[in-house]
Design a protein around this ligand. Structure first.
Ligand code: FPP
Ligand code: MG
Length: 338
């Protein structure tokens, strides 16, 4: 098992314990990626209320291992690449984790955290409860701004599980706790957030494919036929839903055609003739071609992500995969960044 975890304080053990194996030393970009995330974490923890701002900046600085952002970034890379969404969500998960530790220190009456005095030791329990609440809300709001609803839903379920794990831990005390309950509790309070981090990182592939899929579906709704898809077409237009071919057409069409599109989109109902003219304009001014090109770009990215996932198998020596393996092996569970 990992050196960082196995280290025991007595002299005998110290001599035989190898140096910690930092994950960042085994992955070419992890350290610089985590450094990029740092600024985002600090920005997310800001408040215009002086006390919250001071306490927020205090708890997010300090000797945090940044294990959760590291898991998220490595999962993203193993599944095709770290993008701005992965960097921003890495900050979100660290903020959630920090919020949970601020609350945990209240529950555990702990005086130190991350190598310095805990928030409750400095500001007391009342401020700490509100600080944890504030950081949690900031993180959820940010995720809502930048990510898919399914990610926000999953985060909320994860935090529910963390609360359930914590409450079980403080109520199910004493010698009666069996192994199965113990495993359930630590899965909820600790593993659930780490699992969420890996899931969030891995979402990159699914999101690319899903975006390509929906663009293709929207093109088909505009110019396809019921025979080929087995479902009615032009439904988007009938409901004045503007999809990518039309968005492009509204941007590029000549004045007269643009005016026609705008006026058609503001009408209650559309005749077959109007629908036909809208389709014609979307094709003629390149909206459909443009939508296909965007669709192909997303598909390429999804394909590239899947290929790099295949390449990341251990036999091919993929670095992200290897770093993830390390985090489950020699580097388990502590060291991330030297
Ligand atoms: C540390 O456990 C605590 C956790 C891993 C989870 C804490 C979760 C909550 C307080 C509920 C969720 C709250 C929010 C704001 C999302 P520990 O006490 O065993 O570890 P420690 O030794 O580091 O204190
Ligand atoms: Mg604790």
């Amino acid at each position: 098992m990992g050196s960082g975890f196995a280290a025991a304080p007595d002299e005998k053990n110290k001599a035989s314990t190898p140096q910690p194996l930092w994950l960042t030393e085994h992955h070419p970009n992890l350290k610089s990626l985590l450094q990029e995330v740092e600024g985002r974490i600090a920005a997310l923890a800001r408040s215009e209320v002086e006390l919250l701002d001071e306490a927020g900046q205090y708890v997010v600085s300090g000797r945090g291992k940044r294990l959760r952002p590291a898991l998220l970034l490595l999962s993203a890379e193993a599944c095709g690449g770290v993008n701005p969404l992965a960097l921003e969500t890495a900050a979100v998960v660290e903020l959630i984790h920090t919020a949970s530790l601020v609350h945990d220190d209240v529950l555990d009456e702990a005086s130190a955290r991350r190598g310095k005095a805990s928030a409750r030791a400095l500001w007391g329990n009342k401020v700490s409860v509100l600080l944890g609440d504030y950081l949690l809300c900031r993180a959820v709001c940010r995720l809502e701004e930048i990510a898919a609803d399914s990610m926000v839903d999953k985060l909320l379920i994860t935090t529910q599980q963390m609360c359930e794990g914590q409450i079980s831990e403080i109520t199910e005390t004493g010698g009666g706790l069996n192994e199965a309950r113990y495993l359930k509790i630590i899965t909820q309070k600790t593993a659930s957030l780490m699992g969420f981090c890996c899931w969030l990182g891995a979402c990159a592939v699914g999101l690319k494919f899903g975006t390509a899929f929906q663009i293709a579906d929207d093109i088909h709704d505009l110019i396809g036929s019921q025979e080929s898809s087995g479902k009615p077409v032009n439904n988007d237009l009938r409901q004045k839903k503007v999809t990518l071919p039309l968005i492009f057409s509204l941007r590029r069409a000549e004045e007269e055609e643009r005016a026609f599109l705008q006026s058609a989109l503001s009408q209650e109902t559309l005749s077959e003739g109007q629908l036909g003219e809208m389709r014609r304009i979307a094709i003629a001014c390149g909206g459909v071609d443009y939508a296909w090109s965007v669709c192909r770009k997303y598909l390429e990215e999804a394909r590239g992500a899947l290929l790099s996932l295949a390449e990341a198998r251990p036999t091919h020596g993929g670095q992200a995969y290897q770093a993830l393996l390390l985090s489950c092996g020699e580097a388990f569970p502590l060291p991330v960044m030297a």
